[in-house]
Design a protein around this ligand. Structure first.
Ligand code: GLN
Length: 544
């Protein structure tokens, strides 16, 4: 959030209406976790790259956290924070590289250590009770010895002027420092990782006790403010178009738009022919009947399946589906825009809704060195340019669990809120080899049985993603004393927190036995069922 969305000024973005702790990212793999932990404490937090100029900020933070990072502050070309950070008059906490950056700023006292420190360490807290109480506040309520997690090679050679040590480890005499005159703190360890058991309390001490940030970041509050914000952005007549899939993100985004502007939001569901059993109908029913969303369903299955004929290369399948989707959506959007412009009731369609989440934003802004890469929304770029649409992204500041909480808040049914992700190319990438009606029939039926059994045994929420894939090979079996030669279903179920790494779910034998028996008995064309026991990496979650 640099204050602009495609040229349109951001009206009352969360950072403007909620007390905000700004995390400046120096490229640590944990930077986003600092933001996560603060939000779990109901303190709103946003991350920006360490190169952020303070003068360009569109909000006034209550405090600033400098993250860790892979560089060494004393190296040529190492990133440094805008010195204006120390003139804003707000508390600053440096974590690891951030601590070293503070020490560097106030005296260039950082050197390569003789001993690196990775992993667990014991922190001894030094209190100054009576003398300089405020510098004790960071570790208030924490016992004198605590376990922390370290990952550094550099160290402070000397304390910066007017700083006191507030914690040490056997290897780092300055594992915690605080300024005696200003609310500046630095810690060598990582409070944001779960390996630092009291880390969240330390972050809470900083955000709540030191920065005095209000703990009012809840989805209940967000929903009202966001509806107001959408209304202000779109105006009294403006219209918005957006694709929905039946997944959590697009449904929550659509419901939010419906609450904000009613029928001036137009949802479009494209049936690409590779959806799951009865999916288009179910989604239509939920979105229109239960959620009151103005929805148009386009059945384009024949077009998609026609283009997929004879194609078995996974990347080609993905491209065909992606491109055909954009073609159809764009065409529909143009026609709707013409109708809207001619209707006396409302204005033109000026906006395109996208269900972008905060992890996508973080990925595109996180600091990766001088050549920071920016990820673009490749799939909507054309639409935005050709139709002069502006992008509206109401979930842009939210993490997935916040989207779920928001969904519940908006009255979206629980089973939808907790739905596993489903890929855009749908069953086409779960049917290995060529996709056609007969293969779809087998894959749909087997998937339905697998998912129904997972739900029936109460495992659906424990598993992050599960599906049945259809393999393009035949095996021999014996059914009713007769030799059969039929296809193989591969079941896949994984557990993961971030979908970057994942492990297969350890079902018990009885469960797998039951699912296998049902699939072989009930699904024509299948004589074997196997379970995929590959983690990610090296596997991916989907099969293609
Ligand atoms: N690169 C710095 C060091 O090795 C900082 C490491 C970090 O922030 N995790 O000390």
């Amino acid at each position: 959030t640099n204050g602009k969305v495609n040229g349109a000024a951001v009206v009352n973005a969360p950072a403007k209406t909620f007390d905000t702790i700004l995390v400046l990212d120096f490229g640590s793999q944990y930077s986003h976790l600092i933001t996560r932990r603060l939000r779990e404490l109901n303190v709103y937090s946003e991350m920006l790259p360490c190169t952020q100029k303070i003068a360009d900020l569109h909000f006034h933070p209550k405090g600033i956290i400098l993250s860790g990072g892979p560089y060494s502050v004393y190296e040529d070309g190492a990133p440094h924070v805008d010195p204006a950070v120390f003139e804003l008059g707000v508390p600053v906490l440096g974590i690891c590289y951030g601590l070293q950056e503070i020490a560097w700023h106030f005296g260039k006292n950082v050197v390569a250590g003789e001993k690196r420190e990775y992993g667990h360490a014991y922190l001894k807290i030094e209190r100054h009770t009576g003398k300089e109480d405020h510098i004790d506040r960071l570790f208030e309520g924490i016992k004198d010895y605590v376990e922390v997690w370290m990952s550094h090679g550099d160290k402070l050679s000397r304390l910066p002027e007017n700083f006191h040590p507030i914690a040490s480890t056997s290897n780092s005499p300055f594992a915690g420092i605080a300024s005696t005159s200003k609310p500046y703190f630095g810690i060598q360890f990582h409070p944001e990782v779960t390996h630092t058991p009291r880390g969240k309390e330390i972050l809470s001490n900083f955000a709540v006790k030191i920065c005095k940030a209000r703990q009012d970041w809840t989805m209940e509050k967000f929903v009202d403010k966001e509806i107001e914000r959408i209304r202000a952005m779109v105006g009294p007549k403006g219209q918005v178009i957006g694709a929905v899939s039946g997944g959590v993100d697009s449904t929550v985004a659509a419901k939010l738009m419906q609450e904000a502007i009613g029928d001036r939001f137009h949802a479009v569901l494209v049936d690409n022919g590779v959806l799951r059993l009865n999916e288009a109908e179910t989604v239509k029913e939920t979105l229109t009947k239960h959620l009151g969303i103005n929805l148009t369903v386009i059945d384009a299955s024949d077009l998609f399946l026609g283009k997929l004929k004879g194609v078995s290369d996974p990347e080609t399948k993905r491209k065909i589906i992606g491109n055909t989707f954009i073609e159809i959506f764009q065409d529909k959007a143009k026609r709707m825009a013409e109708e809207a412009a001619n209707s006396p009731r409302a204005g033109e369609i000026e906006w395109l809704l996208q269900g972008t989440l905060y992890p996508d934003v973080i990925e595109s802004i996180s600091f990766k060195g001088p050549s920071a890469t920016i990820k673009t929304h490749h799939n909507v770029g054309g639409l935005l340019k050709d139709m002069h649409l502006k992008l509206i992204e109401p979930l842009r500041e939210l993490f997935k669990d916040e989207v779920r909480a928001l969904g519940t808040n908006l009255g979206i049914p629980e089973d939808l809120v907790w739905r596993h992700p489903f890929p855009g190319p749908g069953l086409a990438i779960r049917i290995l080899g060529e996709v056609n009606e007969s293969q779809l029939k087998i894959a749909r039926h087997a998937d339905k049985i697998f998912i129904d059994e997972i739900v029936a045994s109460g495992l659906y929420r424990k598993i992050s993603q599960a599906f049945a894939a259809l393999l393009p090979v035949k095996a021999v079996g014996v059914m009713g004393d007769k030799r059969v030669h039929a296809q193989v279903i591969a079941l896949r179920a994984v557990e993961t927190t971030d979908f970057m790494t994942a492990d297969w779910f350890p079902f018990d034998g009885a469960f797998l036995k039951k699912v296998s028996r049902r699939i072989v008995n009930e699904v024509d064309g299948v004589c074997r069922v196997v379970y995929d026991v590959t983690s990610k990496p090296p596997g991916t979650i989907e099969m293609e």
